[in-house]
Design a protein around this ligand. Sequence first.
Ligand code: UDP
Ligand code: GLC
Length: 380
Amino acid sequence: MKILFLDQSGKLGGAELSLTDLANFYRDNCLVGLFCDGSFKELLEQKNIPVTVLTNQKINVRKTSSIIDSLGSISSIIPLIAKVAKLARNYDLIYANTQKALVVGALASILSRRPLVYHLRDILSADHFSRTNRWIAVTLANRFSSLVITNSKATQAAFIEAGGRIDLTTVVYNGFEPNNYRIPEFNSHEIRQKIGFKQQFIVGHFSRLSPWKGQHILLEALSECPSDIAAIFVGDALFGEQDYVEYLHQQVTALNLEERVKFIGFRSDIVPLMKACDLIAHTSTAPEPFGRVIVEAMLCDRPIVASAAGGVIELIETDKTGWLFPPGNSQHLAQIITTCYNHPKQAQTRVNQAKIQATQRFDLHAINHQIDQLLQQLLS
Ligand code: UDP
Ligand code: GLC
């Protein structure tokens, strides 16, 4: 089976990291076509996964775009659609990993007469997308795709709620290779020293900086926690959220947290950094479609507290494998952080349980095979 994967991003978000694991499985028989150059292409090249950048032109549709903006930009992507259609004739199917990839992939699939699979990794609700964008995604998926893989039940439910056809959908969680989360001779002390925190209890936040990822909620919570609790923010503003970054820095000053907070930017060494933390916090204020960081924390043997909405509720069993708090409720988050700080044994019990569950439920090998079965069925 030969697959043409399409992804709009040049940067490394969760959708791209997950696609890397899948494309790696098909590396001898696939091509990843990107709509942008950047670190995603570099990662695929490092892993010897065939990749090409299909256009240098920026596609100007945002999550909030109106019908006029969207129609205007469809005409500007006609050359890209033609290019993908031509390329697709050498492949058995087109696999769209993002929304703009769905738009291009849908039209290219008609021209090339190749089936289209849409891996839906977004919650198609008003929290995240304009009405126009939701309509475009659902209409194209309903009409042109043969299969819609959703990254959680929450993502599936939102697709159906927005008018998507239930019969097209199958839920497949992200897969993870447990061995990648083991470090034989791990020196937490050295890493903590490099970060600049030694004795403090460190809460780690691993996410791109974006208002809906809720870094500000952790800052608010931190200001209500004992003073030897600190936080590190790992991740960058990937999609131009500079105003938010500035706001976060102002918030640090206003809450007097300068000595207790570090922003360390985008990092590819997530595992040692997570292991050096005492607790991982996920703080999205809008429903998170899946939330890779949650499973990663579990595989790194770290306690996890996460905001209870979207796919997150499917990942954490409250009181058993982690802690959940209502999205945006910084006081509740502060109480949970303080509990973990005061009761490390209680946290360790959940960590052990979470590790067992995560290893069983999100095994990369099993999940790649699950997707492979779905694609084989579709082609037969
Ligand atoms: N991540 C990373 N470096 C960073 C921050 C985050 O590699 O500096 C990774 C993180 O480990 C996770 C992914 O980016 O695998 C983010 O995926 P998630 O599903 O949590 O959120 P998304 O950004 O896709 O909405
Ligand atoms: C998207 C979602 C995120 C999910 C990732 C992988 O980036 O925002 O929640 O974990 O895709 O499917």
